[in-house]
Design a protein around this ligand. Structure first.
Ligand SMILES: [Fe+2]
Length: 361
């Protein structure tokens, strides 16, 4: 299966991953064959891309956490945002249960890399984003050798890092055009509001509350709200910054389509040592499949194939099932190369949708 953009969808393509909203309602079921009506529906939902089946549809992609846990976590975050907006209290116990569940699932299989970008509608952006940032932050924490208590503190702060947005006018948050200086200053205040909210809960550690406070601080001191720099920023907050930036780059937003994994990683690396802590960027990148399962790549030999598995020890060297030989002919025999074993061959580039369509026709 592959993730492709809405404007590249065609009649007859088959949905490969069920699409749900944050309440777990199914919008489009896996296995549905697309027609104009469905494609319009997807467009109206504000989705920009979808996973579809193709000639490589036997390639299975495992998410780092189960769909069930992801959806439950998104719902818990949504309920908590709603509770605050209605002057009710946060349900910290539910949040902690979710964070524990995510930690357990991530620790259960340390060989899995992040291969998937979940598909989400715009109204869910903040909730799905919060869960992604928590998952990515915990994975980074595991790479950095954190113990269970540290992972919990990090996870709670990461999943609630934007909770301060509940105090900001919805019209400002959803504005797609340019913000005035006053409006932008108000948006920035979600960090302070988040800290204010969380520090009043005795069962939230103060260090978790500080993640909300500091997640927009930047390594070089050019962040907000206080302009802290380098080690004056908590390491937890430096991790969450990396994951926050990465997930935002991968998301489809109303004003732009998402970046590819390769583009987003390049941007992150460039930010390392300037906006972001390089050590956290490096630990983060270990967990991302540079060439995700299902992506189609051209090798330095000129051969073309689909990524069928990834090597956590060498993320740039996936296992590739060859489809086209070096002379441009289609291979009849199934042939897989593990690039971690053939070190003279590298992935030359990720092929775009157009090239893949040509390959499949
Ligand atoms: Fe934020």
């Amino acid at each position: 299966m592959r993730r492709i953009r809405i404007n590249e969808l065609k009649n007859g393509m088959v949905v490969a991953r069920t699409i749900t909203d944050s309440d777990g309602r199914i919008l489009l079921r896996s296995g549905i064959q697309l027609n104009e009506g469905y494609i319009d529906k997807l467009r109206n939902l504000g989705l920009n891309s979808v996973y579809i089946r193709d000639a490589f549809n036997d390639v299975e992609v495992h998410d780092v956490i189960s769909d069930k846990t992801r959806l439950e976590a998104i719902r818990v975050i949504k309920d908590n945002f709603n509770a605050l907006e209605n002057q009710h209290k946060l349900n910290i116990r539910a949040v902690k249960t979710m964070v524990d569940q995510i930690i357990d699932e991530l620790l259960a299989d340390l060989t899995v890399l992040v291969n998937l970008n979940d598909i989400r509608a715009f109204d869910d952006y903040t909730f799905a984003h919060s869960v992604n940032v928590a998952v990515l932050s915990i994975m980074t924490g595991i790479t950095l050798g954190y113990n269970n208590l540290q992972l919990k503190e990090l996870g709670v702060g990461a999943i609630l890092h934007d909770i301060g947005k509940t105090r900001i006018d919805k019209d400002i948050l959803s504005k797609t055009g340019d913000l005035s200086k006053e409006e932008f200053d108000e948006v920035k205040r979600h960090t302070v509001y988040g800290f204010e909210i969380l520090r009043h809960y005795p069962d939230v550690s103060l260090i978790s509350a500080h993640i909300a406070f500091q997640h927009h601080e930047r390594w070089d001191g050019n962040g907000y709200p206080r302009g802290l720099a380098r080690e004056d920023i908590l390491e937890y907050a430096r991790i969450v910054s990396v994951c926050d930036v990465y997930d935002a780059l991968l998301a489809d937003r109303p004003y732009r389509a998402s970046y590819t994994v390769t583009q987003a990683l390049t941007i992150l690396k460039r930010m390392g040592g300037i906006f972001l802590d390089k050590r956290c960027v490096d630990a983060f990148i270990c967990n991302i499949a540079v060439y995700p399962i299902g992506s189609v790549v051209e090798l330095s030999t000129g051969e073309v194939g689909v990524v069928v598995d990834v090597n956590k020890e060498s993320p740039t060297r996936p296992i590739v099932r060859l489809v086209i030989d070096r002379y441009g002919g289609r291979l009849q025999r199934l042939q897989e190369v593990d690039l971690s074993k053939y070190t003279t061959v590298i992935v030359a580039r990720n092929l775009g949708e157009e090239a893949v369509q040509k390959l499949l026709s």
